[in-house]
Design a protein around this ligand. Structure first.
Ligand code: NAD
Length: 378
C-alpha cells in the first residue's frame, strides 16, 4: 500500500496530515509513504525529518503517483489526485455539508472520500476523532488570543500599589472546545462561568471549578440530540436564554463562544445590543465565526480574521483556529488518521478494510457515487 501526502493548498492552512512519527508507524505496517516537499514546513517539520523516518520526499503533485491512500488535513482538489490509483482512498476533512460540489467531484473522479468530521462519537472512535483533537486546541487558543487582545490582566493581583481584579470569562457552548476554554481561563486565573443547551454539561462545568449559567424556567428542555450533539432549541427556550445571557453578559470581560449544531449555521448567541452593555475593553472571541453567515457566527458582527471594534469592545475569531497551533494540531491530526487506518489494517492484504459502522459513517463516495446516508438525506 502506498500512502501519499500533498502540501496543503488552502490559504492559511499550516497543518500537515502526516508527521515523522506517524510515517514511521505506517512504515511498520508495511506501507510505503511519500510526502510532497515542504509539506511540513509551516508546521515546523522539515523534509529531512520525514526522510529520516523513512518517507520518500517527492517534489510537487508527483507525490501522489500510484497512491492507494491520500491523507490530508483539508481534502485536496480531486484534480490534483489524477496520479493516484483508481478508487484511491482520501482521508481528510471535506466540510461535506458546505462543499457539496467538491464531494460530487470526488465521486466523479472515482475516489473514495473519507470525511474525518463524520467520525461517529463512540468510545471506540475517540482516538480517531479530528473534531475533538482540533477543537480542544482551538478552545485553548481562543482564550490565549482573547487574553492577548484584552488590555487588562487575567489573574487577581494584590500588589503594593493596590489590587487588580480577576477578569471575568464567560464560555458559551461547553463541548470539547468550551471545556478546554474553561480550563485554560481558570489556569490563567480568571473567574469563569459557562453555559450550554445540554444540561449534562452542568456537572462538567462545576468539576472544572467554573460557575454554570443555565436556563431553568423552560420545561422539557434537554438540548441533546443524536451522538451527543446539540439540537436546535424552541423559540421559548431561545427567548429565555437571551434574557439570561443579557443580564450575565453585561458583567463579563471576556466571552468565548463555541456553539455549533451539525449541518446547520452556527446559532446566534450574542446580539449587538448585548455587546453594547459590556464594559469598554472587553473581548469576544467567536470560535464559530466561519460557520455563521454574513452577519456573524455566534456573535453578531464577528468577521473571520478581523478585529471588529464596536462600542469600545473587540470582536474576534479565526477562520482556522487550529492552524494557529500547527505543530501540535498536526501531531494530533496525524495520530487520529493513523489510529483510524491502523484499526482497520488487514495484515493479509497489507491495506485497510473499512467495514462496519465507522467506515459507513465516514465514507462519502465510492465507485463513482455519493454513498453517505447523511448527505443523501440532506
Ligand atoms: P459542538 O462543537 O458540536 O458544539 C459545541 C457546543 O455548543 C456543544 O456543547 C453544544 O451543546 C453547544 N451548543 C449548541 N447550541 C447552543 C446554544 N444555542 N447555546 C449554547 N450552547 C450551544 O460540540 P462538540 O465539542 O463536538 O461536543 C458534542 C458532544 O459530543 C459532547 O457531549 C462531547 O463530550 C461529545 N463527544 C464525544 C466523543 C466520543 O465519544 N468519541 C468525542 C467528542 C465529543
Amino acid at each position: 500500500t502506498r500512502i501519499a501526502v500533498l502540501k496543503e493548498s488552502a490559504p492559511g492552512e499550516t497543518r500537515v496530515a502526516l508527521t515523522p512519527e506517524t510515517a514511521k508507524k505506517f512504515f511498520a505496517l508495511g506501507a510505503v509513504v511519500a510526502i510532497e516537499e515542504g509539506a511540513g514546513d509551516s508546521a515546523s517539520i522539515p523534509d529531512a525529518a520525514y526522510a529520516d523516518a523513512g518517507a520518500h520526499v517527492v517534489s510537487g503533485a508527483q507525490a501522489v503517483n500510484g497512491a492507494d491512500i491520500v491523507l490530508g488535513v483539508q481534502a485536496p482538489d480531486p484534480a490534483a489526485l489524477a496520479g493516484a490509483n483508481p478508487g484511491a482512498k482520501v482521508a481528510a476533512t471535506f466540510d461535506p455539508f458546505g462543499t457539496r460540489d467538491s464531494v460530487n467531484a470526488y465521486a466523479k473522479a472515482g475516489l473514495e472520500a473519507l470525511a474525518m468530521e463524520f467520525m461517529p462519537r463512540i468510545t471506540r472512535a475517540q482516538s480517531m476523532d479530528v473534531l475533538s483533537s482540533q477543537s480542544n486546541l482551538s478552545g485553548y487558543k481562543a482564550v490565549i488570543a482573547a487574553a492577548n487582545q484584552y488590555g487588562r490582566a487575567f489573574p487577581m493581583m494584590m500588589t503594593a500599589a493596590g489590587t487588580i481584579q480577576a477578569a471575568r470569562v464567560f464560555v458559551m457552548g461547553v463541548g470539547v472546545a468550551g471545556l478546554q476554554a474553561i480550563a485554560t481561563a481558570k489556569r490563567l486565573g480568571a473567574q469563569v462561568s459557562a453555559t450550554d443547551v445540554r444540561s449534562a454539561t452542568r456537572e462538567q462545568i462545576e468539576s472544572l471549578g467554573a460557575k454554570p449559567v443555565f436556563v431553568e424556567a423552560v420545561e422539557g428542555i434537554e438540548g441533546e440530540g443524536s451522538g451527543g450533539y446539540a439540537t436546535e432549541m424552541s423559540e421559548e427556550y431561545q427567548a429565555a436564554q437571551a434574557e439570561l445571557v443579557s443580564s450575565h453578559i453585561a458583567k463579563q470581560d471576556i466571552v468565548i463562544t463555541t456553539a455549533l449544531i451539525p449541518g446547520r449555521a452556527a446559532p446566534r448567541l450574542v446580539s449587538d445590543a448585548q455587546i453594547a452593555t459590556m464594559r469598554p475593553g472587553s473581548v469576544l472571541f467567536d470560535l464559530a465565526v466561519s460557520q455563521g453567515d454574513a452577519t456573524g457566527g455566534n456573535v453578531e458582527g464577528s468577521k473571520a480574521d478581523e478585529l471588529v471594534e464596536k462600542h469600545g469592545i473587540t470582536i474576534m475569531g479565526f477562520s482556522n483556529t487550529p492552524a494557529a497551533l500547527a505543530p501540535d494540531a498536526s501531531a494530533l491530526f496525524a495520530r487520529n488518521l493513523y489510529n483510524f487506518l491502523s484499526a482497520f489494517w488487514d495484515e493479509g492484504t497489507g491495506a485497510p478494510v473499512l467495514d462496519g459502522e465507522i467506515g459507513d459513517a465516514v465514507r462519502l463516495t465510492r465507485g463513482g457515487a455519493v454513498v453517505n446516508d447523511r448527505l443523501i438525506k440532506s
